[in-house]
Structure formats: C-alpha cells, structure tokens
Design a protein around this ligand. Structure first.
Ligand SMILES: NC(=[NH2+])NCCC[C@H](N)C(=O)O
Length: 678
C-alpha cells in the first residue's frame, strides 16, 4: 500500500515537472532569443546543439535497428539455465531474466504481437527486489486497446503464474500497480562467485564477431594532439572490451599519410637535405619541419610549383619520391610510437595510402553504376539522392584527385569485402559524425554495406583547459603529448611523495606506482566522463585520491589486496577452503557486495554494445564503495589487543579476492595497469 502511495506521489511530481518544462519550452519557442547575448543562454544553446546531435545519433541507431528487423522472425524459445551447476563462468543476469520473462509473458498472452519486455535493476531500495519487471502496465494498455478488460495487477499475476522455474530467482512479488519484484537466489550468487574464484573472471558467452576498430589515426608530419589522445584512449579500451569477449578485433591506425601536403614536404626535404637518399636526415622535430615547408610553400612561387610536381611524381610512384615519402612517414611514426609505448597501446598502421591502389576501381564502379553526379567540376555522391539531405561526399576533386571521403569509402569496402568485418567502429571527435554517417549512407546505397552492417561512429567532445577554453599551454601553444605525459609523471611522483610513499616503497615499486598513477589517471579521467561531452583536463582533479579517480581506485585495490596479505593467507589456501566449505554470503553487507559483483557481465555487454565506457567506470566506483561498506561492517580478520590474529573469516577473504579480481579486470579493460603496492 505504501508503495502505491509513494508511486502516486512520484507520478504527480513527475507530471508537474513535465508541465513546467513544457511551459518553459513554449515560452522559449515564442521568444526569439537570438539577439540576447547572455552567456547562460549561449551555454543552453550549445547544449541544445549537442542534444540535437545526440538525437540524430539515436534516430540513426533506431533506423539501422528497424532496417535489421524488417521481417518478423518466428520467435525461438530461449534456452534457460535450469541447473546452477551447469554454469561454469559468468552469467548476464539481466539477459537470463529477460529469457525467463519472455517465456512467461508469451505463454500468458500468446495472442499479443511483440509484448513489451521491460526488466531493470531495482535501484537502492531492497523493498523493490533486486530486479524488476515492469511489463504489466504496458501489456494491460495493449489489452485495453483490444477491448479486453483487465488491470496491471491482474496482468502481473497472470505472468507470475506462467513463470518457468529458474535457479537464479528466489521469489517474485507483485507490488504496487503491477510491478513484479524479483529477488535473486543466494545459492546462485554463491555458485557464480565461487566459479570466479576457481576459474578467474570469465566473459559471458557471446556470438563471435570480426570487429574493425579505427582509432588514434593522427596525421603524418602534423602534430598528434589531445583529440588523437582521446581517440587513442577510448579506442584502445573499446578494443579491450571486445577482445575480452573473445571477438576477433582488428585495431587499425588510419594514419593521414597521403595527400598533397607531401608535395611541399618532399620539396623541402630535397632542398634542405639533398643527400637524403644516402644519409638519413636528422629531422627531430617534424612539426617544425612541416611549418618551415608550409612557409616556403606560401611565400615562394617557385617552391610551390616544385611542390606540385613532387605530388605528381609521388602519385605516379617515382622511386625517389616514394623513398622520400617513406622517410618522412618513418620520422612521424617513431614519434607516435613513443606515445603508444608509454600508454601500452597496440595498433596496426594502415593509413590512407594503403587504399590508394584500390581507389581507381572504386571510383570506376561508382561511376558505372551511376552514383556520381557532377558538381562544378567535382564528382559527388549523395547518401540520399532524392532528398539531397546533409552533405554529399566529394569522390573526385575538380583536378582529378581523390579526397578523405574517397579513401574512407574505399576503406569501408575493403573492410567489408576483404576483412569480412561484422562491425565497423570509428573513434574520432564528434565533429566528424556527419562525415561517417554519409559514408554509411553512400556505402549502403552502393551495396557495400548490407542489412545488419553499419558504421558506428564513436564520437567524443573536445578537451578543455581548466579555464574552460581550448586546451593550450600557458603561452598559448598547443600542448605536445609527450610533454603532457611527462608532466603527468612528475605530478604523480609529487603526489606519492606527498603521501610519504617514497619512504615505504623500493625505488622499483615507486617507479611502477608512479607510471600506473600517471597514465592511469589520464586514461581514467577521459573514460569516466560521458565521451560525447567536452571534458576539462585537470591534473589536480585526476590525481585527487578522493572521488571517482584512478588514484582512488588503485589505492582501494591495493588495500583489498593487503587484507589477505596481512592475514597471511595464500591464494591456494583460499581456494582449498572454498572447495571444502563453499562460498557463503551470510551477512547482509556480503550479500549486497556479492550482488554488485554479479552485475559485471551485464555491464560488460552493455559497454560492448553502446561503446560508452563511463558505465564501466561508474560500476568500478560502485564496487569500491560497496566494498568499503562491507569492510566497515564485517571483520575479515579478527585481532586481539596485541595485534595477534585470533580469527580468520575465510568466506570474507574469498569475497575480497573476487572483488579484487573483478576490479582488476575492469581496470585492465580500461587499459589501466594495477600495482600490488603503492
Ligand atoms: N577512417 C578514418 N577517417 N579515421 C579517422 C581519421 C582521423 C584523421 N586522420 C584526423 O586526424 O582527423
């Protein structure tokens, strides 16, 4: 009854809020605000733009989804877990509950087409169970539309009566206006946690896919900037999630290694280092070299002509020019590699140049099939030729050259046909969203992408400085990545020294901790924010040991690890105990922590699907705070006044071990190295 009352109160509050928002929107619609220069308004407008952008992404996803589901497939009954002993790894509870409820709902209401299946986590109040099925309300609406007299509570009870038995579920209660509150079975939880203890953290089973992840992708001779750093960090973590699920992942660096800028670079190389063919030129700062050659190009007509002729020679494959081009690329690559090594990034170089030899054929085919239109001397292609919505691709420039668009169109074809990819992921700044959606539309139009295949653009916002302006050095220059990483190292060491860790750790341990903290905090700060938003780069914030930061988590983990160490219980001893007496979640706080740990597969599958890593970070933080709660309430090791161990609670040490393992796995997926001491 009190459930119903709070629900009613919540509903009427939500109604009031909605009304207020609607009025606000109405007011805004009526006023033309374009003349008011209020910074708050500007902020709102820019937020509005972002929301529109998000909306476009969502609409696109819906479109793609419905394209996949054009024809109705006959429902196959899912295979349910009937015996916990058949579980040998981890289970996605949410998916299994969906399976169970799908069976109950379709057998209670066999005449309903596509009845809604709404299962969610119940939030913090244990009164509402662990999970909730909220399908009864919408189903009762559907029935009413068919003139069947019923109410949500009745529907809920009908579903309940058709529930197949599941070892995951202890009981289900019908509550309030037809909610089905689901309580998990402890024996199931204990079994799965024991599996993690015995076998390690295993991925939930999924259908294996070939996934191509295009990330990092800086441009040769230009700087690798903070945008590329974001792409590198986010892209690597996406690969790690997918690799953990045993997908076949191809990590590609789509380097900007081809284009007219090489004309001026080669011309400048020939001028400055005439013997470049025999003596490797000592270019240490390629960006400065780029700037010099750009200056020559802009100021000297003769040089400009030479640069153009260099492009022609390079494109026709003249060996000397190819050698010069390779040389320049090599210098850049060496610089990029330093960053990848420090951040522990694996990636295969396959830049724009790789697709050059395939482009003629692609253009020819598009021409023959009538997809290209002339536009002021260029050849363009629309994603949607009827509506001419958005921006077309420039496939051939008026001088006959190819573009970024041409290479991406060729790349997607290569990835579909030669690599046989199932998923095509691109990690770049949000500004390139339209480009990739147009690539998707054109590739679909040209028959390259089939139903069920799509371009997935993983966009992210810009990096801002602490002044909320574009991230720059104090003198206003762009920040060099290596220098940024160096500063991270320095600040991490300061932090460790401030905490007196230099006195406790050996020099090697200190160095390991320093690197883990420095690179970990930079990665975590990036990944823990919703990537689509801009984010403020602040060493002070990311090195804070309170709050949701890498430093906090790394400390939390070493503390958990040290519990077993103080008790002097080895891992094998723990395993032995677990085999003997099993895993027990007796105390309420143990049970609560156990249930959080069980959500690991659910979070992983969500991230692998929507590619938003901040959910994984939020989960890590939740584990860590639930662990603190448990540790406050439950002794793992009991000591007497003199510090002598008098009692060891093995089941609790087992829970510590599983917590640590899952945290380690999450951090590993985020690309963050852990340390045993810090
Ligand atoms: N296939 C792609 N277009 N990948 C992304 C390339 C990113 C590009 N080089 C840039 O710096 O913006």
């Amino acid at each position: 009854m009190s459930n119903l009352k709070t629900l009613n109160e919540r509903t009427s509050k939500a109604e009031k809020d909605t009304k207020a928002i609607e009025e606000e929107i109405d007011k805004l619609d009526k006023d033309d605000l374009s003349h008011v220069a209020d910074p708050r308004l500007e902020k709102l407008l820019s937020e509005n733009e972002k929301l529109k952008h998000r909306l476009a992404i969502l609409e696109n996803a819906i479109k793609a989804e419905s394209a996949n589901q054009g024809s109705k497939i006959s429902r196959k009954r899912p295979n349910l877990i009937t015996d916990i002993n058949s579980i040998e790894g981890t289970v996605c509870i949410l998916d299994e509950l969906k399976n169970v409820f799908e069976i109950a709902i379709t057998s209670a209401y066999p005449d309903l087409d596509d009845p809604p299946l709404v299962i969610t986590l119940s939030g913090n109040n244990p009164k509402f169970g662990d999970y909730q099925c909220n399908s009864a309300m919408p189903i009762s609406q559907l029935l009413k539309a068919k003139n069947v007299k019923t109410n949500p509570r009745e529907v809920a009870n009908n579903i309940l009566n058709k529930m197949p038995l599941s070892p995951l579920i202890e009981r289900i209660e019908v509550a309030g206006a037809g909610f089905l509150n689901i309580y998990l079975h402890k024996a199931f939880a204990e079994h799965v946690l024991n599996c993690i203890l015995q076998l390690g953290v295993k991925p939930p089973p999924v259908k294996k896919e070939k996934v191509i992840v295009d990330f990092s992708s800086p441009n040769i001779a230009k700087e690798m900037h903070v945008g590329h750093l974001r792409s590198t960090i986010i892209g690597d973590s996406i690969c790690r999630v997918l690799e953990f699920l045993n997908h076949d992942v191809l990590r590609l660096n789509h380097l900007g290694d081809w284009g007219t800028q090489f004309g001026m670079l080669i011309a400048h190389l020939q001028e400055k280092f005439p013997d470049y063919k025999t003596h490797s030129p000592p270019i240490s700062d390629l960006q400065a070299f780029y700037k010099e050659s750009k200056k020559r190009f802009d100021e000297d007509e003769e040089f400009k002509k030479r640069a153009y002729s260099c492009v022609v020679q390079l494109q026709s494959g003249q060996p000397d020019f190819i050698a010069a081009w390779k040389l320049i690329c090599e210098v850049s690559r060496r610089e990029f590699q330093k960053i990848y090594d420090r951040l522990n990034i694996n990636i295969i170089d396959r830049g724009e140049s790789f697709y050059q030899s395939r482009m003629d054929a692609v253009v020819k085919e598009l021409k023959e099939k009538g997809f290209l239109e002339e536009d002021e001397g260029r050849l363009i292609m629309w994603g949607n030729p009827e509506s001419h919505e958005g921006i077309p691709l420039t496939v051939v420039k008026s001088d006959g050259g190819y573009t970024y668009d041409t290479s991406d169109l060729t790349a997607i074809k290569q990835r579909v046909e030669e690599e046989k990819g199932d998923r095509f992921i691109y990690v770049t700044d949000a500004g390139q969203y339209t480009h990739f959606m147009t690539i998707d539309a054109c590739a679909r139009r040209a028959g390259i992408l089939k139903n069920g295949q799509k371009v997935e653009h993983v966009g992210f916002g810009v990096v801002l400085g602490e002044d909320k302006k574009k991230f720059k050095t104090r003198s206003g220059d762009t920040v060099k990545l290596i220098e940024l990483l160096d500063e991270g190292l320095k600040r991490a060491l300061d932090k460790l020294v401030e905490k007196g860790r230099d006195k406790v750790l050996t020099p090697e341990e200190l160095k390991k901790a320093q690197e883990a903290v420095a690179y970990g905090c930079i990665k975590y700060a990036d990944l823990s924010h919703n990537r689509i938003n801009d984010y403020v780069f602040s060493f002070d914030k990311m090195l804070d040991d309170k709050g949701n930061t890498a430093v906090y988590l790394l400390y939390a983990l070493t503390r958990i690890r040290s519990i077993a160490r103080t008790a002097q219980i080895s891992e094998s001893k723990l395993l032995e105990e677990a085999k003997k007496s099993g895993f027990k979640l007796a105390h309420e706080s143990e049970w609560k922590l156990g249930k959080v740990l069980l959500r690991f597969p659910e979070i992983i599958l969500k991230v692998a699907n929507d590619l938003y890593l901040h959910s994984l970070c939020e989960y890590l933080y939740e584990i860590s705070s639930t662990f603190t709660e448990f540790y406050d309430k439950c002794y793992c090791v009991e000591k007497d006044k003199d510090g002598q161990i008098v009692n060891i609670f093995y089941e609790r040490l087992m829970l510590c071990e599983v917590t640590a393992r899952i945290m380690e796995k999450c951090l590993d997926i985020l690309g963050i190295k852990t340390v045993s001491k810090m």
